[in-house]
Design a protein around this ligand. Structure first.
Ligand code: FAD
Ligand code: NAP
Ligand code: SF4
Length: 676
């Protein structure tokens, strides 16, 4: 077999004992919501088959509970009649490529299950769980173990090549392991030997039930990020014990869902956690899967070269681009639509009970309904504005065979993404701009930079797409034109100086981002694992319990006195992403940014910003007031075209500025481009 010139490790086969993997690229487990959707298994079949066709070596499905109490809502696999729907998935994957292995994740959610019948070793409610769990009796524990084994047997009948047992993240198995959630005094609690009895027994019974020719992957909490969590010696002891009972591959997981350390958000450096896998790999002697923020092939290759794993799991990156592995293999890395770790359309959707998709790829999980087929009727289309909406429309329409001319007033493409990428922790947004740039060239979009167009310049096209975006709102406050006042664009682009005492007017996504930028000093944590570890209180080297016990977070700040404010009296940051909002709030708190709600802006003068806070007069004696007060749509061009009877459509911020984000802008543009 020939060695891949660029990624020799990523594209080398791996013997995992029970079978051989064709390469080291794994599509990691993600609950997408298709598990519960109408015709969800047929949709999953299309979703997974597309990834199998495009080069991935092994797939782990979203978590499937082994019984009702392990999930509560949605699908489970505990009865023979539930096997058939899983067959749709396994048949589709093996038909796409018989060499691709697919394992079903058995997910028993324990105290996080969405039912009052949820169970746990002890009645300890999770910070993020909906119910107080019912403490398991000895008989109840035996039933759970039986259900794991039964589920694995049914998975084998359904055509899966193996199962992954998730023993991490705050789900049932992991709650047996730590004292915080296991208060038992019987043989299942107390000493670590007793606390790890449950996973060991599960593995033993699953192996016995499925026989030797079936993959068992175990997902272990290698660093749970809990104060008083697992000690390193305990992680190693558990790893050795489950391997002895027949686990073929150990997958490392970092962090319980309730822990206060970000592990996959965009401010986490690429591959930050793989060093922990590397250490465990030396102890266990079986193939190890590593993960977290590995979103490009070179990152994966470097991880493997460092010995930090044998298999690289990429989950969200497979949402962002189903062809990631194929493009890597063919040397087309610059065409990869990279996961920017925003969580906006994937994890935020999961936690809000919505179907998962992807901000940069709205087709993800919609493979059966959103397709970009070649057009029978090529048109000559003008697109105005090369922000995310105009770019997404242009490359999709051009790929379908339309002739597209893209006008952009600025000297570069990207729109507001050129501002977003300047925020510490949002460096990944660069990748999306790189992707669009490459696709523009690839599909022959005629890009006209430095060209602000009006309705007069847009004759001769079959259709015009207006993607002119937004303009910042200027609040109507006396003194708003005072020299102390700076717009967020000028602040982010460094076009105006920012003083030592700063008020930020408006605490939406942009207000928070600006606060992060002006409070920040030194290297962005997203670019340096040591800085990241320091800022979030992680000790990778000495691995105290949980990786965090007794480690104080430490951040460097710009030394500015900053107040972030809004008119609403709610807590600030309520509109931020469900799974990332808390990281932004915590980051700013650690930088001593003051947050004030219930503010009436009265006037701005040489003294500063005069307000009433919850009815009381208050002067913010500041040098700079940065305005982040939302945005309004740039619709004028569209209205002018309508008035002239020109066929036009409007997308992104130009269509609607309220609650606009890139997810909506790109989704709307792609859906229009699919049918234009
Ligand atoms: P825009 O990005 O505003 O692009 C419009 C383009 O049209 C501009 O390039 C403009 O120059 C051009 N244009 C306007 N008029 C004309 C004309 N007459 N002729 C030619 N060209 C014209 N969103 C998220 O989802 N997640 C985030 O984390 C996030 N972070 C952000 C951080 C910051 C600091 C900022 C400022 C925004 C952030 N956003 C984020 C918002 C996101 O960038 C916008 O929702 C998105 O850019 C809107 O896309 P759009 O294409 O509609 O408009
Ligand atoms: P936004 O989220 O709507 O916030 C606007 C802020 O301005 C609010 O705090 C609002 O609060 C205040 N405001 C509104 N009208 C005002 C007025 N007339 N005078 C003074 N204050 C006013 O909008 P944004 O921050 O401009 O962000 C734009 C979009 O980009 C958002 O929709 C967001 O989704 C997206 N974005 C997302 C992220 C992310 O991390 N996901 C990051 C950045 C941006 P009060 O009305 O209470 O004062
Ligand atoms: Fe990645 Fe964001 Fe897409 Fe999720 S929504 S897969 S985090 S780019």
């Amino acid at each position: 077999m020939s060695v891949h010139p660029r990624y020799p490790l990523l594209f080398s086969p791996l013997d995992i004992g029970v079978t051989k993997l064709k390469n080291r690229a794994l599509m990691g487990s993600m609950h997408t919501g298709l598990e519960e959707a109408e015709n969800g298994f047929a949709k999953q079949a299309a979703f997974f088959a597309e990834r199998a066709r495009n080069g991935v070596g092994m797939i782990i499905t979203g978590g499937i509970p082994p019984n009702f109490e392990g999930g509560g809502r949605g699908s489970k696999l505990s009865e023979p009649h539930e096997v058939a729907e899983h067959r749709l998935v396994t048949d589709a994957v093996h038909a796409a490529d018989p060499d691709v292995k697919i394992c079903m994740q058995i997910l028993h959610m324990g105290p996080l299950a969405r039912t009052s019948e949820c169970v746990a070793p002890s009645p300890v409610k999770s910070r993020i769980g909906a119910y107080m769990p019912n403490a398991l009796t000895a008989e109840g524990i035996e039933k759970q173990i039986r259900d794991f084994a039964n589920c694995a047997v049914l998975a084998k009948e359904a055509g899966y090549d193996g199962v992954e047992i998730i023993g991490s993240a705050g789900y049932l198995i992991s709650t047996f392991l730590v004292e915080k959630t296991n208060r038992r005094t019987d043989e299942w609690g107390g000493s670590f030997e007793n606390r790890m009895r449950f996973p060991i027994e599960i593995v033993r019974r699953v192996r016995k039930a499925v026989g030797p020719d079936f993959i068992i992957v175990f997902r272990i909490s290698a660093m749970d990020m809990l104060q008083g969590g697992l000690a390193w010696e305990e992680v190693v002891a558990l790893g050795k014990a489950i391997v002895a009972e027949g686990v073929n591959v150990v997958s490392t997981h970092f962090c319980w869902h309730e822990a206060l350390v970000p592990t996959i958000a965009t401010m986490v450096p690429r591959a930050a956690f793989t060093q922990v896998t590397g250490r465990l790999r030396k102890e266990l002697g079986v193939p190890m899967i590593t993960s977290n923020r590995i979103n490009m092939p070179q990152v994966a290759e470097d991880v493997l070269a460092r010995g930090d794993g044998d298999i690289v799991s990429m989950a969200r990156p497979m949402l962002a681009d189903s062809e990631l592995v194929k493009k890597s293999f063919e040397g087309r890395e610059d065409e990869i639509n990279t996961c920017i770790a925003c969580n906006q359309a994937c994890l935020d959707h999961t936690f809000n009970g919505k179907l998962v998709s992807c901000l940069v790829n709205p087709r993800a999980c919609h493979e059966t309904e959103l397709n970009y087929l070649p057009t029978n009727l090529p048109k000559n289309i003008a697109v105005v504005g090369a922000g995310p909406a105009g770019l997404a429309f242009s490359i999709t329409a051009a790929e379908r065979g339309h002739k597209v001319t893209l006008f952009e007033a600025n000297d570069d493409i990207g729109g507001q993404f050129n501002l977003a990428r300047k925020i510490p922790g949002k460096e990944e947004f660069d990748e999306t701009i790189r992707y669009f740039r490459r696709k523009i060239a690839l599909h022959g979009v005629d890009l006209r930079l430095n060209t602000r167009v009006d309705a007069d310049a847009l004759s001769g096209f079959d259709e015009v797409i207006v993607a002119t975006g937004i303009e910042p709102r200027t609040p109507d406050i006396p003194g708003i034109d005072h020299p102390k006042v700076v717009g967020y664009m000028d602040a982010i682009l460094g076009r105006k100086p920012i003083g030592k005492r700063v008020a930020i007017m408006g605490a939406g996504g942009i207000g928070f981002d600006v606060a992060e930028l002006v409070s920040h000093a030194g290297v962005s944590a997203a670019l340096d694992v040591d800085v990241f570890a320091r800022e979030w209180g992680i000790d990778f080297r000495n691995h105290p319990r949980g990786g965090v016990t007794g480690v104080e977070p430490h951040v460097e700040t710009s030394g500015r006195e900053i107040t972030l404010m809004q008119r609403k009296s709610d807590a600030l940051g309520k509109t931020l992403g469900r799974t990332t909002g808390w990281t932004h709030r915590l980051s700013l708190q650690r930088r001593d940014v003051q947050m004030v709600g219930g503010v009436d802006y009265l006037k701005i003068d040489d003294e500063g910003l005069h307000t009433r806070v919850n009815g009381e007069p208050r002067l913010f004696d500041v040098d700079t007031i940065i305005v982040c007060a939302g945005q309004t749509s740039m619709r004028k061009l569209y209205d002018d075209l309508q008035a002239r009877g020109v066929k036009a459509a409007i997308v992104g911020g130009a269509y609607e500025a309220a609650e606009l984000d890139a997810k909506r802008a790109i989704d709307q543009a792609c859906r229009l481009a699919a049918v234009v």
